[in-house]
Design a binder for this molecule. Structure first.
Ligand code: GLA
Length: 371
């Protein structure tokens, strides 16, 4: 598709892609390490990266693994409001700065995640003493936070997930308004325009950063339609929105590739950039499933095929211009402990950092699409 190729070429990522020469990549390789996954995807013109933590970067073995296999980074938690601003007027940037320094040292583009979300929020923002904060005060706090945080990382974060998970469909346990907007404190106290206010504040703080709306289960047709509508509404109101992030937390029986393809097509029709921002494939049937009692070769083979077919779809369509996985190995995945401790192995490296069948499937796909 010419549209998507143009979008791809227009992103700073296209520049980031050329950043790591084969020579440097070889220099980063550990003795005996498997060929670089990110290197293989770079050859297929798909920046491929992972969510990382400052503690991982401080561990020489893990840092070498990350530098070798990944080409674009995001902070798993360190840049979320509850960590950056635990108390009013206080900022703790050390974790985010450590990740930004590592990314810069290894010439990896860095995504910023996330500014406005109902979870891992700076909860003090929603309160004024014992009472709920007023609308005007919450807007002022949000604008201040975005100005300070986006300003702090200006020039080091090339894309921000400005708003995360504001839309809900087919989840009776989460209340939403008639337009599908989650009844979070943001939506309840400010109104649906909190999204527009957040994007305007981010654009003001860093006019060069790409600004994303990010969400899970974007393949749900109702959710995809709502996201498309949101993008169109924001654009019609002159608000800068550059991209949509598909989290893409997947499992053994979900999602359907046809739904993923339809969602990507629908978002592409709005002309924004798309990233897959939090990819993983649980070996349980569902993202929240707890039925698996052992990691079997059959489950890993099945998982590998699912990674293969999803990445094949993304590379064939050329509408998604970066892919990030949510964690650096099976030992480092949120799915081990959420919603409760369980047997999981959702990534492409095992607990000893050894490549799994999913790694080999991904290398195959990357090679297939390398020019
Ligand atoms: C969501 C968030 C991520 C992360 C995952 C699970 O997808 O966007 O930041 O918290 O949940 O850990």
């Amino acid at each position: 598709m010419s549209l998507s190729r143009r979008q791809f070429a227009a992103t700073p990522l296209a520049l980031g892609l050329g950043g790591l020469s084969p020579l440097m990549s070889a220099a980063l390789a550990q003795d005996g390490a498997a060929p670089s996954l990110g290197g293989a995807f770079a050859a297929a013109r798909m920046p491929f990266g992972a969510a990382v933590t400052p503690m991982q970067l401080a561990d020489p073995k893990l840092a070498a693994h990350i530098a070798h296999h990944f080409r674009i980074l995001v902070a798993e938690n360190a840049m979320k409001p509850m960590h950056i601003s635990p108390r009013e007027g206080e900022y703790t940037f050390a974790g985010g700065d450590a990740i930004a320094d590592f990314a810069a040292k290894h010439r990896m583009p860095l995504r910023g995640h996330t500014l406005v979300w109902h979870q891992q929020a700076a909860r003090w923002m929603f309160k004024d003493g014992e009472a709920d904060v007023s609308r005007a005060k919450l807007i002022a706090r949000m604008e201040r936070y975005i100005a300070d945080v986006v300003g702090h990382f200006k020039g080091r974060v090339f894309a921000w997930d400005v708003v995360n998970e504001a839309i809900v469909y087919d989840e009776p346990e989460h209340a939403a308004d008639a337009n599908g907007f989650r009844l979070s404190p943001w939506r309840t106290i400010i109104g649906p325009e909190f999204i527009e206010i957040a994007f305007r504040a981010a654009a003001k703080a860093d006019p060069d950063a790409l600004l994303f709306y990010n969400d899970y289960e974007t393949q749900n047709p109702k959710k995809a339609a709502a996201i498309v509508q949101l993008v169109k509404d924001l654009k019609a109101r002159g608000v800068k929105i550059d991209g949509v992030g598909h989290q893409m937390h997947c499992a053994r029986i979900q999602p359907s590739l046809a739904d993923v393809e339809a969602a990507i097509d629908a978002v592409a029709s709005t002309g924004v950039i798309q990233h897959v921002t939090e990819l993983d494939f649980a070996i349980n049937d569902r993202v929240q499933g707890t039925a698996v009692t052992a990691v079997t070769p059959e489950l890993l083979a099945d998982q590998a095929e699912r990674y293969r077919s999803l990445m094949d779809l993304l590379l064939r369509k050329r509408m998604v211009s970066a892919t990030l996985v949510w964690g650096i190995s099976d030992a480092h995945s949120w799915l081990n402990g959420w919603p409760k401790p369980r047997v999981e192995a959702p990534l492409m490296f095992d607990r000893q950092l050894a490549p799994k069948p999913a790694y080999h499937a991904l290398m195959d796909v990357a090679r297939k699409y390398s020019a």
